[in-house]
Design a protein around this ligand. Structure first.
Ligand code: G3I
Length: 398
């Protein structure tokens, strides 16, 4: 299928083959080492030391992280990655630049490594990402720019890319971020006409991408993923545009299953957890699943190595924003996974992208859990067990 046609297939099936996997670890694990700890409730009180994945499993939530090869190859990192998280996303390993560095020459090593790690640790996988303007191979962007790749050839290349990658991992990917970051940061928002794909192929690229992904793996849940669509922008213009567009896709029979809200926050900006909740609820109101896909909270730090916040208030804002993000998510039953974009500050993308900022993860540069970790753990414990009833201290007289 080259051009958009009436899409016969309905929304993709709700359950991937891997969904039968258990959500929790086989034994509770210590926060840092992943070693077995004493487990279970403490005389009826929630066990606040349980791993995040185990607490999340109590309410059917998958708690995830992005992983890069270093997280898997470094034993101390891998222990955290396996013990704390029940769904993993390749930070880079499934992007086109990585998997097809030369035309027709594939390198699946990083993607395979992650999928195998996930299987070994009873984790599900979020595939990320099939169609994005960034991290494309040079041969592709250069070929489009100089005209050596025609429009017709580009359609074929995209179709082949999606089909090849999704087919390779058929049955092993729970959720795919099919299309990533297509909307303008503007009021009003809308599809960015200067986006590489929109400029080259027009807006039909999105429904076609979903359809091709669905044909290659009918059981994978197919997501549209973006940032600033969950309470970051007071006008909510980008969220409005994504909501309207998702509604249109569904009306056209496009097999989209969910909206991914990335959740990259920065303590220097305003952000509304109430608006996040409203946005999640309205996406879910369309019949879609929702997910927090790339949560982190950055702030200004002393240097990129130590990443000590320069403002003491950031020490409070950081766990607060993580906690509020999770609690907003927990109120929405259609929210099926909450993923942090890497767990440790030592391999965060933030210092390399935002000069002077860091401290974005839930573990510090030495892999010690931060206040944000404990906030999330408490929130999950309360959600998992239900907040205990208050003990009775005073009975008013009638
Ligand atoms: O692999 C090369 C290496 O060979 C080279 O020596 C090095 C020098 O800079 O660069 C390495 O590539 C880097 C790549 O990450 C792998 O580490 C790129 O420079 C760097 O730009 C790239 O950054 C990634 C970024 O996406 C690209 O926009 C981050 O790791 C990745 O975490 C980040 O993830 C994105 C999501 O996919 C979509 N949402 C936003 C999120 C954060 O930007």
């Amino acid at each position: 299928m080259r051009r958009r046609t009436v899409l016969a297939a309905g929304a993709a099936g709700a359950a991937g083959a891997a969904a039968a996997l258990a959500g929790g670890t086989s034994a509770s694990a210590a926060v840092r080492s992943g070693a077995a700890s004493t487990t279970g409730d403490i005389a009826g009180h929630p066990d606040r030391t349980a791993p995040l994945r185990d607490l999340a499993a109590r309410i059917g939530l998958r708690f995830g992280t992005a992983l890069i090869p270093q997280d898997i190859e470094t034993p101390s990192y891998a222990a955290i990655a396996s013990s704390q998280f029940s769904v993993v996303t390749p930070g880079n390993g499934m992007k086109w630049q990585i998997v097809e560095p030369e035309p027709g020459v594939y390198d699946w090593s990083e993607a395979d490594q992650l999928v195998e790690f996930a299987a070994a640790n009873k984790q599900l996988v979020r595939g990320h990402t099939l169609v994005w303007h960034n991290q494309l191979p040079d041969w592709l962007t250069t070929g489009v720019a100089n005209g050596s790749i025609s429009t017709s050839q580009l359609w074929d290349l995209l179709h082949n890319h999606i089909t090849t990658e999704v087919s390779r991992y058929r049955g092993r990917i729970w959720q795919w971020d099919v299309c990533n970051e297509f909307f303008l940061d503007a009021d009003p928002s809308g599809l960015d006409p200067n986006n590489f794909w929109i400029a080259a192929l027009g807006p039909d690229v999105i429904p076609n991408a979903f359809q091709w992904a669905h044909e290659a793996d009918p059981d994978a849940l197919l997501f549209y993923n973006d940032y600033n669509i969950g309470g970051e922008d007071g006008t909510n213009a980008k969220s409005d545009a994504v909501y309207a567009y998702a509604q249109q896709l569904l009306g056209d029979g496009v097999p989209i299953d969910g909206i991914g809200n990335q959740g990259h926050l920065d303590t220097q900006y305003g952000w509304s957890p109430q608006l996040l909740q409203q946005d999640l609820v309205r996406y879910a109101g369309l019949g879609l699943k929702v997910a927090i896909t790339e949560a982190d909270v950055r702030t200004f730090v002393n240097n990129p190595t130590d990443q000590v916040p320069t403002d003491n208030l950031a020490l409070f804002a950081h766990p607060y924003e993580y906690s509020e993000m999770l609690k907003a998510a927990l109120t929405v039953p259609e929210l099926i996974s909450f993923t942090v974009w890497g767990f440790t500050d030592s391999d965060s993308w933030v210092p390399g992208t935002f000069a002077g900022e860091g401290y974005a993860g839930i573990y510090d540069v030495n892999q010690n859990p931060k206040a944000a970790y404990y906030s999330l753990q408490s929130d999950l414990a309360l959600a998992a067990y239900g907040a205990p009833r208050r003990i009775r201290t005073y009975t008013p007289r009638a």
